[in-house]
Design a protein around this ligand. Structure first.
Ligand SMILES: Cc1cc2nc3c(=O)[nH]c(=O)nc-3n(C[C@H](O)[C@H](O)[C@H](O)COP(=O)(O)OP(=O)(O)OC[C@H]3O[C@@H](n4cnc5c(N)ncnc54)[C@H](O)[C@@H]3O)c2cc1C
Length: 510
């Protein structure tokens, strides 16, 4: 007899990570119960950017259009000394992921509000605001979640198959499953000043890192007419010295910002963390986002990493719950996401050293050295998977682990769309001017069939289509991309990473 469950998955915490987890599971028809302690969205701005990878996730979840209305393009990044010397500049080349532009400035509370509105329209998502997690008990079949209603003080239990703890840096979920968050918290206290813009000023839309040993400053235009400065307090300065806006103003005035330019909206204090949970899973309970890892803000990747965790875990959990993927597939969540988060954490630490002027001469020279042709700075390089559910080597000359570009394509009905709209949400094998199924052994084909894969031939721009299993490479991007890596067939996962190719072997990865 099937046990009655209140929902398939409980999501603890309904910040950016919890929202993306709920939206991803809903997309695949999985029901969720989300518990969020606070009724109102956390009002401080916190995260400031999203990039094309995150926007492609939004696109997949059908929330990109409303989000796009609330965010602004980011022009470029620059690291500048107070004497005007520009230490480094990163221009944003066009995205290969089918997103324009490549980087955006956001206002986190507005983005969260937009995502909540989108989620409200999904019947699979049931949110219990004002309700906090207090206990978890798991067994072979599922998890019993105990929550407390903060208004009445009453507790209630819910029965679910899996739990995702998206409850932030002080995660109750993490504590309840007895997982440690190891690493460091840096001593320096930073003040974050959020302002409403009163007039435009030159280069306001350049994300500027004022690089200095004593007073490095982040200076960034946020969307919706907001602007942010982040500064470290000097030794001897405390929160109490900046209790009022009158006490905060001299910090901005020292940067040349005047009361004609902005009005201070709010200010807050925070410390940077470099911390990671020692495991991201205990049985049926997973950790995602800040509950699993905390990094300094310099790579703009904290919130985005949480959203990517949620998306990754979401499609995998949905596959397991829908009976299409084996339970052990869930192990790939941490295997794949942990190295990616470590990469961005290390990058954030290194970028922090530039802004704090901690680089030695050799390191600075290496930084200024031109990159080999075709190689992009790590901060803006296209997403890759370094390990996980992949077959074949992950290397500079290998297509495996790379995210497939998203050009415009056409189909046999004459529809012209971005690639993802025509590929769908499952596994797809693409053949360069060939039927990929014809190149598989019966065992290989059976393996992909079991995952519900589609088989699509990609034809050149001036070809005729003959059936619904063909796409035209309208932008002349897909076939040259495959040819660059010497492959004729690629197997693409639901998250648009290449899992296998005819070069490394097309058997379904182990
Ligand atoms: C100053 C600053 C600047 C930043 N800049 C960037 C940036 O540029 N780019 C970037 O990507 N990231 C940035 N970040 C990080 C980013 O804001 C966080 O990584 C992101 O908010 C984490 O999302 P989350 O959903 O995992 O956690 P949170 O946003 O912390 O959400 C957790 C939610 O869980 C709820 N909750 C907690 N405990 C319970 C419980 N027991 N029961 C029920 N609910 C619970 C909380 O109320 C909260 O709503 C910055 C952070 C700071 C502080």
């Amino acid at each position: 007899m099937t046990e009655p469950f209140d929902a398939d998955v409980a999501i603890v915490g309904y910040g950016p990570t919890g929202l993306i987890a709920a939206l991803t599971l809903a997309k695949y028809g999985i029901s969720t119960l989300a518990f969020e302690r606070h009724r109102e969205i956390y009002p401080r701005a916190r995260a400031v950017t999203v990039n094309d990878w995150t926007m492609r996730i939004f696109q997949s979840l059908g929330v990109d259009e409303p989000v796009l209305k609330t965010i602004d393009p980011q022009r470029a990044l620059r690291w500048v000394r107070y004497d005007g010397t520009e230490l480094m500049r990163i221009e944003h080349p066009p995205s290969t992921l089918g997103i324009k532009p490549r980087f955006f400035n956001i206002y986190q509370p507005t983005m969260e509000a937009t995502l909540r509105e989108c989620a409200q329209a999904r019947s699979q998502i049931d949110v219990r605001y004002g309700s906090e997690l207090v206990a978890l008990q798991q067994d072979a079949m599922g998890v019993t979640v105990t929550t407390r209603d903060l208004a009445s003080g009453q507790t209630a239990t819910s029965r679910v198959r899996y739990v995702i703890g998206c409850d932030g840096g002080s995660s109750t979920t993490r504590n309840l499953i007895d997982v440690q968050l190891t690493g460091d918290t840096l001593d320096v206290l930073w003040i974050v000043i959020d302002c409403n813009v009163k007039r435009w000023w030159p280069d306001r839309n350049l994300l500027t890192f004022w690089s200095d040993k004593e007073r490095p400053v982040v200076d960034i235009a946020l969307s919706g007419g907001n602007h942010r400065w982040e500064l470290p307090l000097k030794p001897g300065e405390t929160e109490a010295d900046f209790a009022t806006q009158d006490e905060v103003w001299p910090l901005l005035e020292a940067l040349g910002v005047t009361r004609d330019d902005v009005q201070i909206h709010q200010h807050a204090f925070y410390r940077h963390h470099v911390r990671m949970a020692n495991t991201w899973r205990r049985g049926r309970v997973f950790l995602a986002g800040d509950a699993a890892h905390l990094m300094p803000p310099w790579a703009g990747a904290g919130m985005q990493s949480g959203m990517r965790d949620a998306f990754d875990l979401g499609w995998k959990l949905a596959g397991v719950l829908n009976g299409k993927l084996p339970e052990r597939f869930l192990d790939t969540y941490e295997t794949e996401r942990r190295p990616n988060v470590e990469h961005f954490t290390n990058l954030a630490v290194q970028l922090g050293r530039i802004i704090k002027q901690e680089l030695g001469e050799e390191e600075q020279a290496a930084l200024n050295a031109p990159l080999p042709p075709g190689v992009e700075p790590p901060l803006i390089a296209p997403p890759t998977l370094s390990c996980g559910w992949l077959r074949g080597p992950v290397a500079d000359d290998s297509i495996v682990g790379r995210m497939i570009p998203q050009p415009a394509v056409g189909d046999n009905r004459g529809v012209m769309e971005r690639l993802d709209a025509l590929l769908g949400d499952g596994f797809v094998l693409l053949g360069d001017d060939c039927d990929p199924a014809a190149h598989l052994s019966p065992q290989e084909k059976a393996g992909w069939d079991a995952l519900g894969a589609r088989y699509i031939a990609v034809r050149q721009q001036d070809a005729y289509t003959h059936g619904s299993d063909e796409l035209i490479d309208l932008d002349v991007v897909l076939r040259p991309w495959m040819q660059r890596y010497g492959v004729r067939i690629v197997a693409v996962r639901p998250d648009k990473f290449v899992a296998a190719s005819d070069v490394g072997g097309l058997a379904v990865p182990a």
